[in-house]
Ligand binder design. Structure first.
Ligand code: COA
Length: 427
């Protein structure tokens, strides 16, 4: 099966999580992603959170599938020369260095434009233009700066960050979308362009419902679906809403059988307005269907907490899986709170390719998250991550072998480097 991005070459200067998420997506969909790393250590995540001594960590491998890796010292003039050749032959340069690092390497937009006016230069930074533009940023910094932390957690607790990596992986997704749009636009303009995805902005985009709520709060002073309503007080900013749904349908996380000892014996339960009658039937409260205190969403809202307490009573003798099996028959939107252990062994996710087992040259096989996007005419095959510099020789092979480098076409070798010089700065 042909791949959607076949023929697209990505010069991948990304590291840690945000940038690698982006280029991994592009690689899954068929782009040739050449990850450029420093000799010796490479991407810092190769060595972070290791579970097997001396072997690339899962942190690294799970973010760098389907890529090739070359080592190159971009601060060495000869390395720069090699890099210039790569710039000429690639479609997109993706980077998430600290602000200014690319310029300090001498790889300015103007320089890139001169070499390859069709090149798209895509960057993740912590912040967009403004007073924080020079700051280095990691995941949780972005979650705090983008509005996620102030709106996550319980009313009586501190701001909370979430386990979903919305700052890093969330921004990587945004950048990938920006790159695809720029590639599409290049078809008509013939020109590359700069694409920037600031982490603060990406988190804010993912928190847009909270900005919706800020404006509602300013207009009305209250929000009925928040746990602060009707007894608690609202301040002047969107408060933390615990596990309240955040949408037009009330919902909450409810205890199931075994919650006293199992920290994940819970389900999420949504009270969808038009499903009120089935809910009453499912939980054995048929009288609520005609009770004026419960019949409408508006009537229910002031005592939604009591309603959830009653449902918890019904759940007390059911495991999360038993409860969900019953509730789904009534078409009630709900889910068990699943652990990573349960997800790793989930049959459907395995079958759909969202969890895949991948071979790795040094660690053996391991599980990773495959493409969460499914196509009818594209099947991303997830391959293991590259070892550090594994493909350096493919990019600039020994001419003695007569093997043509697939990326750098040395049509005029003297203008580039002597082979031995080039290999010195690549290794
Ligand atoms: N050859 C030579 N030098 C290289 C190189 C190579 N192949 N690859 C990287 N370097 C250099 C860079 O040029 C930079 O040098 P400089 O400081 O002299 O300019 C240096 O390595 C370190 O890069 P930097 O990006 O500053 O790494 P860091 O470890 O200090 O910071 C981050 C890490 C993530 C905080 C920072 O990169 C950042 O804020 N990135 C943008 C936001 C982001 O993506 N954050 C989320 C990461 S998941």
């Amino acid at each position: 099966m042909s791949q959607a991005l076949e023929g697209v070459r990505i010069l991948d200067f990304t590291h840690v999580q945000s940038g690698p998420t982006c280029t991994q997506l592009l690689a899954w969909f068929g782009a040739d992603v050449i990850k450029v790393e420093r000799a010796g250590e490479g991407d810092a995540t190769r060595g972070q959170l290791r579970d097997i001594p001396g072997v690339d960590s899962l942190y690294f491998t799970m973010l760098n599938h389907n890529k090739r890796s070359i080592t190159l010292d971009t601060k060495n003039p000869k390395g720069r020369q090699v890099l210039d050749e790569l710039i000429k032959t690639c479609d997109v340069l993706v980077e998430n260095f600290a602000p200014g690092a690319l310029d300090r390497m001498g790889i300015t937009w103007e320089h890139i434009q001169k070499l390859n006016p069709r090149m798209i230069v895509a960057s993740v930074k912590g912040f967009g233009p403004g007073k924080y533009a020079d700051c280095k940023v990691y995941e949780n910094v972005a979650q705090c700066a983008g509005g996620a932390a102030s709106t996550t957690g319980f009313e009586d607790g501190p701001p909370m960050v979430t386990g979903a990596q919305i700052g890093d992986s969330g921004t990587g997704l945004h950048l990938a979308l920006g790159i695809l749009a720029a590639l599409f636009q290049r078809n008509s303009t013939g020109r590359g362009q700069k694409v920037l995805a600031p982490m603060q902005d990406a988190v804010l985009n993912l928190c847009r419902v909270k900005m919706r709520d800020q404006q509602r709060l300013e207009r009305t002073g209250t929000m009925h679906e928040y746990p602060q309503y009707p007894d608690g007080k609202f301040g002047d900013a969107v408060p933390r809403a615990g596990n309240a749904s955040g949408g037009g349908q009330p919902g909450s996380i409810l205890k199931c059988k075994g919650w006293e000892t199992d920290p994940n014996a819970y389900i999420y339960f949504t009270v969808q307005g038009h499903a009120w009658a089935p809910i009453c039937d499912a939980i054995g409260k048929p009288e609520w269907k005609t009770d004026p205190d419960y019949m409408t969403a508006k009537a229910r809202q002031p005592h939604i907490t009591d309603i959830f307490a009653t449902i918890e009573g019904w759940l007390a003798d059911k495991t999360k899986f038993e409860a969900v099996d019953i509730l789904r028959k009534f078409d009630i939107p709900c889910a068990p709170v699943l652990t990573m252990k349960e997800l790793l062994n989930d049959e459907s996710l395995r079958k759909s390719g969202s969890i895949v087992e991948v071979p790795h040259k040094e660690r053996g096989t391991y599980f990773t998250v495959g493409s969460p996007i499914k196509f009818s005419d594209l099947k991303p095959e997830i391959t293991g991550s590259p070892l550090l510099g594994e493909h350096t020789d493919d990019v600039l092979p020994d001419p003695a072998t007569g093997h043509n480098p697939p990326l750098i076409h040395l049509s005029e070798p003297p203008k580039l480097l002597s082979h031995s010089d080039a290999r010195l700065c690549l290794k």
